[in-house]
Design a protein around this ligand. Structure first.
Ligand code: KL2
Length: 544
């Protein structure tokens, strides 16, 4: 099976089985070569400092996790780390740390290493205990009273409680087994058995079942596992599943699954970022955009557009990442577009391989980016000193892509509605050309959505960064749930280009963890958390 896979994928990286754990190329002997125990270092650390700058793990970078918070040149969105999205959100924030019914537990590892070359158990502090992931409720006390019910359910009573549709969304990179094996150096800190798919999948499924989200946006879903295990298991939990595999020989992809009981499917829109005719777009990443109809009696309920993606990893190729993002935004624009010119509510999830505050992240949130003079290696903020110092070209992608600098398909933007070339005067044609030329030379990107992030990326009390992925090379945020936030006075605001009809209200999110939290459970994956990413979870309300 392994041999077949290697041939199919055409890699020179065949994994040859050896000894006790045949799927890994390295020996346990290499484990812990440059290991220093977390606690030895931690004792020397100030707890308010970034953990990354004072802890050393095998291969761990010693750097601040989000370099763009120290370099403001291209960060359109910089703010002090301990602040919330907005003052309003801060005011309405309701922290409930002690409600066990609303807590998800991450159990500490208590194994004793016993294979030759493993770190002696005496060097490792045994941890008995658990890390909590709390549900954080974000509610407006002036208007609503929120009460907690059973395990994962909440009931928010408001004046117009009948006219609402509540739903939850999970975004989860489940770590494809093939990628785990191809990048085995990232998982040297892990006990071997926890890396087997047969061990990992039941844990992942248990987690999905526990949180019981209405919509799942999964990344790194390996095609063979999807067909044989993931899809059948999720279907038996009441989900309808849609899948888009990466192009080329890449064996994984993105899935969006939703509860039959909550939504019906209006359209499925896969997006391939690979374009054989455009040299820039030679990578196999994909996106998937669904249009879902909430199943409620009200006739006027808008559809909800759910997008999922896993952007290119390569930290040096911000030019490709930005173009992939523009392609996804163009598809969302076309899917979410309503007859009256507005957009239906949007949820955009995924692994964007970009950190908070980076130019790519800021572009999503601000809706605009001036990338003049920006090095391609600085777009995602994954690496502080990047070798990719080539400056982004203007425009980033060629016109043949058919996507404007406003991230919409150009056919939607033709400025001569109902007219042919012969209807236009020569002057008008010249003006049109000038406009097109000007747009092509501009270093400004824009998009038409008003997107907020479910997470704020820092813990408000300490300023310590949240992380969504943690392995032996890095512990950062790269996963997000963005959503079109409810705008209170949009109809009255003069000059609003696009009127959003009823955005979403964020009701709650499952809190993330710090890097330090995760190393107390031996990083990721571990006995109980079977991916190198954490699942992100949000509860939304659509007011009708
Ligand atoms: O960071 V990721 O993991 O969002 O979890 O996305 C990519 C990386 C994923 C798909 O390409 O595979 C991982 N070094 C580290 N991780 C890598 C590398 C690499 N060279 N290549 C792929 N990935």
């Amino acid at each position: 099976m392994e041999a077949w896979r290697c041939v199919r994928r055409g890699y020179g990286r065949c994994v040859v089985g050896r000894g006790r754990y045949p799927m890994f190329t390295y020996y346990p002997r290499s484990l812990g070569r440059d290991w220093t125990t977390p606690w030895d270092n931690l004792q020397r650390c100030c707890w308010n400092r970034h953990i990354s700058s004072c802890m050393r793990w095998p291969g761990h970078y010693s750097r601040a996790p989000y370099p763009y918070f120290s370099s403001r040149q291209f960060s359109l969105n910089w703010r002090p780390p301990c602040l919330f999205e907005s003052r309003a959100q801060f005011q309405y924030y309701n922290w409930r740390p002690d409600n066990l019914g609303q807590t998800s537990l991450i159990h500490l590892s208590s194994y004793v290493m016993n294979s030759e070359g493993d770190e002696p158990s005496s060097k490792r502090r045994k941890h008995q205990g658990m890390i909590k992931r709390n549900w954080e409720y974000i509610c407006n006390h002036n208007k609503e009273k929120t009460k907690t019910l059973g395990d994962n359910s909440i009931d928010t009573t408001c004046e117009d409680s009948e006219n609402k549709f509540d739903f939850s969304v999970m975004s989860y990179n489940i770590l494809s087994q093939d990628l785990l094996e191809d990048n085995s150096h990232l998982y040297r800190h892990c006990r071997r058995p926890v890396l087997h798919w047969s061990f990992r999948f039941p844990n992942i499924l248990k987690e999905i079942k526990h949180f019981d989200a209405d919509v799942l946006c999964l990344q790194e879903v390996q095609e063979d596992h999807y067909g044989t295990e993931i899809r059948p298991s999720l279907e038996s939990l009441g989900y309808h599943c849609e899948y888009k595999m990466r192009t080329g020989r890449k064996p994984d992809g993105c899935a969006i699954c939703f509860k039959h009981s909550k939504f019906s499917l209006l359209s499925v829109n896969p997006v391939e970022f690979y374009r054989p005719d455009i040299p820039l777009l030679d990578r196999d990443n994909v996106g998937l955009v669904l249009l879902l109809q909430p199943k409620i009696p009200s006739a006027a309920t808008p559809a909800i557009c759910v997008a999922n993606t896993h952007l290119l990893y390569n930290p040096r190729r911000g030019d490709i990442k930005l173009t992939q993002l523009a392609m996804l935004l163009a598809e969302i624009s076309s899917v979410a577009h309503q007859k009256d010119g507005s957009f239906c509510p949007i949820v955009m999830c995924g692994d964007f391989n970009s950190v908070p505050g980076s130019p790519l992240y800021s572009f999503i949130k601000e809706g605009k980016l001036n990338y003049e003079g920006l090095a391609i290696g600085k777009v995602s903020g994954q690496e502080q000193s990047s070798r990719g110092q080539r400056i982004l070209s203007i425009p980033i992608w060629p016109p043949d892509l058919g996507i404007s600098q406003n991230c919409v398909y150009e056919v939607q933007q033709v400025p001569r509605v109902g007219k042919t070339d012969s209807d236009l005067t020569q002057t008008q044609l010249e003006k049109t050309e000038v406009l097109v030329t000007t747009e092509k030379l501009s270093s400004n990107l824009q998009h038409h959505f008003s997107l907020s992030s479910v997470y704020s990326h820092y813990f408000p009390d300490t300023g310590i960064p949240e992380v969504t992925t943690c392995h032996s090379r890095s512990a950062i945020t790269v996963d997000y749930i963005f959503y079109s936030a409810e705008k209170e006075d949009i109809s009255g605001s003069p000059g609003a280009e696009v009127a959003l009809v009823g955005g979403l209200k964020l009701l709650a999110r499952l809190s993330l963890l710090t890097e330090q939290d995760l190393w107390t459970v031996n990083g990721l994956p571990n006995e109980n958390n079977s991916s190198d990413h954490l699942p992100l979870l949000a509860k939304f309300r659509l007011k009708l």
